[in-house]
Write a protein that binds this ligand. Structure first.
Ligand code: PLP
Length: 421
């Protein structure tokens, strides 16, 4: 009897189709989830995903036929995600070292390429040592808990990335949040935090929603005055900010004042995946012993290691790619400003076109896509209310013509929707 029922249930679902769990709890869960999803749709904050049918790059083919799209919304700042040498390095690493390690690092998951990449990252940033993670999200989740105790304090910019916020939540240190890039407020919080054993100031090097760069010189001066350490998240800086692309600390001349850097291999450095911490050797040694996302998660796959390693080689050979991105950024920012738009931030390839109204940002982004320009509108709760924008990200592999087409499309669409006179 039960066999017949089971066979019918299976047939009902279609061979290999989804099985639906039955029972009151499952039904209640489904109702609750559907209502929550409806709330998200109702609030206008639903995130849908466009499906790309080609490699990541300045020109995309979208699934379902949309070809020839110029892409201005990837973090592919240096265009290395589809660089032939990066791809070749991944294939070679895959063939030589296999698909993956099926192990965490400390059991049976460390290959020579992992050690080589860690050494290369430390050299790139002029730090003593480095440790790899599956992502920078993991690096941020792992560092604060391993480093700070209830005797210590962490002071965090209120607009820091979600992964820093989550990492800080996981630690037992005393938490202080200072106003975005507000040095007076940071100083007040540092004074309050003098009672603790150790103080760590944590900030994004470059903030991804506004394209603004943390005032690291001032932060480091305050850190020196109040005997604090400085941590920066360089996801939107590594590879392209500063004369040699080393990041915000190089750009602002404070390489020897920043103690800890976390960054990603999933943006400018090849774009595959992975993250890291680089800094003093005893810190890195401690993270290998105590950092939970490192200890309890699989090693980075060899192909991913191969990509990042080659990306770093290319950057250490020459600063030409980083420089070409800076020139393109300058072209976009100055042409858009001349056209009458307000672009937030300064000298950063994240160029938020400030529009204010959420609906305007959304319809303009849709209209841009219909003209072959792929950009994304951001509104509350991702950015503050009344500060909706379209975020444009420039890459070294955009041609001048790509950039000019984007500015022309913005000008037409802006006039059509009343964002420009
Ligand atoms: N930190 C910042 C500032 C980021 O923008 C991101 C990614 O969006 C991360 C951390 C997480 O990086 P990953 O994609 O390597 O997890």
């Amino acid at each position: 009897m039960w066999r017949t029922v089971a066979v019918r249930a299976l047939r009902g679902a279609g061979a290999g189709g989804p099985r639906t769990a039955s029972g009151a709890a499952a039904a209640q869960l489904r109702r609750r989830l559907e209502s929550e999803l409806e709330d998200i749709r109702g609030a206008g904050t639903w995130k849908s995903e466009r499906v790309i049918a080609s490699r990541q790059g300045p020109h995309l083919q979208l699934a379902g036929g949309g070809g020839g799209i110029i892409n201005f919304c990837a973090n592919n700042y240096l265009g290395l995600s589809s660089h032939p040498e990066v791809i070749r390095a991944a294939v070679e690493a895959l063939e030589k070292f296999g698909a993956g390690l099926s192990s965490v690092r400390f059991i049976c998951g460390t290959q020579s390429i992992h050690k080589d990449l860690e050494e290369k990252i430390a050299r790139f940033h002029q730090r003593e040592d480095a440790i790899l993670y599956a992502s920078c999200f993991d690096a941020n989740a792992g560092i604060f808990e391993a480093l700070l105790t209830p005797e210590d304090a962490v002071l965090s910019d209120e607009l820091n990335h979600a992964s820093i916020i989550d990492g800080i939540r996981l630690c037992k240190a005393n938490k202080y949040r200072y106003k975005h890039m507000d040095m007076q407020d940071l100083e007040a919080k540092l004074q309050e935090a003098q009672k603790h054993r150790l103080r760590l100031v944590a900030t994004d090097g470059a903030f991804s929603m506004d394209g603004d760069i943390a005032p690291l010189r001032e932060i480091c001066q305050l850190a020196q005055k109040y005997d604090a350490l400085v941590f920066i998240d360089e996801c939107h800086a590594t590879g392209f900010l500063g004369p040699n692309g080393r990041g915000t600390d190089e750009l602002l001349g404070v390489v020897d004042k920043v103690t800890i850097i976390n960054s990603t291999l999933g943006k400018a450095l090849g774009g595959a995946a992975g993250g890291y911490t680089t800094g003093p050797k005893p810190l890195i040694d401690l993270l290998r012993q105590r950092s939970r996302p490192y200890l309890f998660s699989n090693s980075l796959p060899p192909a991913v290691v191969g990509c990042a390693s080659k990306a770093l080689d290319l950057l250490m050979e020459s600063n030409a790619i980083a420089q070409s991105m800076a020139a393109k950024t300058q072209r976009f920012r100055s042409k858009m400003t001349a056209a009458g738009f307000t672009i937030s931030g300064k000298d950063h390839p994240i160029c938020p076109v400030m529009l204010g109204d959420a609906r305007l940002a959304s319809v303009m982004a849709e209209d841009m896509l219909s003209r072959g320009i792929y950009v994304i509108g951001f509104s509350y709760p991702v950015v503050p209310k009344g500060k909706a924008r379209i975020r444009v990200q420039i890459s070294a592999v955009h041609s001048d013509e790509d950039i000019d087409r984007c500015v022309e499309a913005f000008t037409e669409v802006g006039r059509k929707h009343g964002a420009l006179p």
